[in-house]
Ligand binder design. Structure first.
Ligand SMILES: [Zn+2]
Length: 137
C-alpha cells in the first residue's frame, strides 16, 4: 500500500470521527465522517448530507472528494482515506464511493473503515477490483 503509516492512518481516522460530528442525518441518524490525506500533505474531511428524498443523500466520502477538488483543483490526488461513524457500526465505503475514490486514488492506496470485526485497512483495489481499469478512451 502507499506510504502512509499506521500512525498517520489513525490520525486520519480521528479526523473522520471529528467530521462525523457535523453529519446532517436527521432521517437515518447514521453519522458518518470521511477524511482524505492528499498527496500534497493536506487533509480534507467530509460528512454525510442526507435529503428527505433519500436518493439525493451524499455520503461522507463523496462529500470529502468534492471538497478536495473544490479546494485544490482537478489535479488533486488522494494518498489515503479513512471513514468513521459515531454509531459504532461497520461501514466500509459503499460501491458508489469506491468508484469515486478510484478516480483520485491509486489502486494500492489504503482505506481505513469500521468493519464487523473492528477497524480494518484495505487497499482500494481490494475494495474495488478492476476499478482502475475503467477507461473512456
Ligand atoms: Zn458512499
Amino acid at each position: 500500500m502507499t506510504n502512509v503509516n499506521q500512525q498517520e492512518m489513525e490520525k486520519l481516522f480521528e479526523a473522520a470521527w471529528q467530521a462525523a460530528e457535523n453529519s446532517y442525518s436527521p432521517y437515518s441518524e447514521f453519522r458518518v465522517g470521511a477524511a482524505l490525506r492528499l498527496t500534497n500533505g493536506e487533509t480534507v474531511t467530509g460528512t454525510n448530507v442526507e435529503n428527505v428524498s433519500y436518493g439525493l443523500t451524499v455520503c461522507a466520502e463523496r462529500a470529502a472528494v468534492a471538497r478536495a477538488v473544490s479546494e485544490f483543483g482537478p489535479k488533486v490526488r488522494i494518498a489515503a482515506a479513512a471513514v468513521a461513524n459515531l454509531n459504532r457500526s461497520a461501514s466500509p465505503p459503499c460501491g458508489a464511493c469506491r468508484q469515486v475514490l478510484a478516480e483520485f486514488m491509486t489502486p494500492d492506496a489504503p482505506v481505513m473503515f469500521p468493519a464487523a470485526d473492528g477497524t480494518r485497512t484495505m487497499a482500494l483495489s481490494e475494495l474495488l477490483p478492476l476499478g482502475s481499469e475503467m477507461k473512456l478512451k
